[in-house]
Design a binder for this molecule. Structure first.
Ligand code: NAP
Ligand code: 8YV
Length: 319
């Protein structure tokens, strides 16, 4: 029965996922995340599942063109690009890939923090450019040892990161919508108060309407001219123009960014700044973790159509 079910492969799906899906379903792939009329006319009414390999918005309008859609399986833990309320209204289940990427994303946040605090990119260019030989050593940097570090969003990834940050021996503070009594880190209900006490701030919270521009000019000023901002969450949680202004005016020390407002576009001002480390949304991008994400995305579709229940629905879609 399974092999007659049609799955819409939205965006560029990795070969591993395509192969898994093709073994169980009829795959109707379209690399363009906004399918054209010809594709919709051929497949729009027959696809029952969707494997989402795109960061482009998945809107109510698109769902309306897929009237027999039952499940959207997203590759990744963040699902701010999917209109989950619209999906729920239409009886469509949304799943994501939590947990399997916690360690690698936390490791990457740590890597970005260390690289920013020790000016790793500048040290590298100091050697390559010959300035080491001509001018002597690069300027001194600042230590992370004993420094207070703040995390916004102490969830699955944030907690894994906090555990890793313990090696520096400084206080670990966190901000979120609620205190988590089971952890030993200090809860700070006031974001600005916490940021003002930290040498570095790491963002691990979801994107979307509830967190849009949470890190604004006031928060950046509270972090200050020696402060470091690391973002592995979503570009939308930071006021990007305010971030650029704070860097240009010397009101913020360093930033290391894996995510941006309008990916893959990155403003020239960020590209030009020596106090910025840039990364192309790569925090989960190891062979091992991506395989685990692709497999979980496939398993959600397989389990749903075989057993009627997926492994990892998003919280809004849990019974
Ligand atoms: P999670 O377990 O749901 O944790 C998210 C945390 O954010 C929760 O602890 C939540 O705490 C907090 N939060 C939610 N809304 C908030 C708000 N308005 N203000 C402050 N804190 C808020 O999610 P996760 O699995 O750790 O993933 C977190 C995010 O990381 C994803 O949604 C995604 O955007 C991003 N991510 C990025 C990459 C990458 O490649 N760069 C990879 C994976 C994930 P409270 O409920 O207490 O507020
Ligand atoms: C991407 C991420 O999903 O999980 C998330 O929320 O942002 C990343 O892991 C991944 O790059 C897309 O496949």
């Amino acid at each position: 029965m399974e092999d007659r079910i049609e799955i819409y492969g939205r965006g560029r799906l990795p070969p591993r996922l395509e192969t898994r899906l093709a073994a169980h379903f009829t795959l109707r792939a379209d690399p363009d995340p906004f399918p054209g009329e010809a594709w919709l006319a051929r497949h729009g009414t027959t696809v029952r599942g969707l494997a989402n390999g795109s960061f482009a918005p998945l809107t109510a309008e698109l769902m309306d063109r897929l009237p027999n859609l039952e499940i959207i399986s997203s590759i990744g833990v963040g699902y701010d690009m999917i209109d989950v309320a619209a999906a729920k209204q239409r009886g469509i289940l949304v799943t994501h890939t939590p947990d399997v990427l916690n360690a690698d994303v936390a490791n990457y946040a740590l890597l970005l923090l260390l690289a920013a605090s020790r000016d790793l990119i500048l040290q590298d260019s100091h050697v390559r450019s010959g300035r080491w030989a001509s001018d002597g050593p690069a300027p001194l940097t600042h230590t992370l040892e004993g420094q207070p570090i703040g995390i916004v969003g102490l969830g699955r990834i944030g907690r894994e990161l906090a555990r890793k940050l313990e090696i520096f021996g400084g206080p670990i503070l966190y901000h979120g919508r609620r205190e988590q009594p089971e952890v030993s880190y200090e809860f700070c209900p006031d974001l600005y108060d916490m940021v003002g006490r930290c040498s570095a701030l790491i963002l691990c919270l979801p994107g979307g309407a509830g967190t849009d521009r949470l890190i604004d000019a006031r928060a950046l000023d509270a972090l200050g001219p020696e402060g470091i901002l690391v973002n592995v969450a979503r570009g939308s949680v930071v006021d990007q123009p305010a971030l650029i202004a704070a860097l240009q005016e010397g009101r913020l020390g360093r930033t290391a960014l894996d995510v941006f407002d309008d990916e893959p576009e990155v403003p020239q001002a960020l590209r030009d700044s020596e106090r910025v480390i840039l990364s192309p949304h790569a925090a989960s991008a190891t062979v091992e973790t991506r395989q685990a994400m692709f497999d979980l995305a496939a398993d959600n579709l397989i389990a749903y159509f075989r057993d009627g229940a997926a492994h990892t629905p998003v919280p809004e879609c849990r019974a």
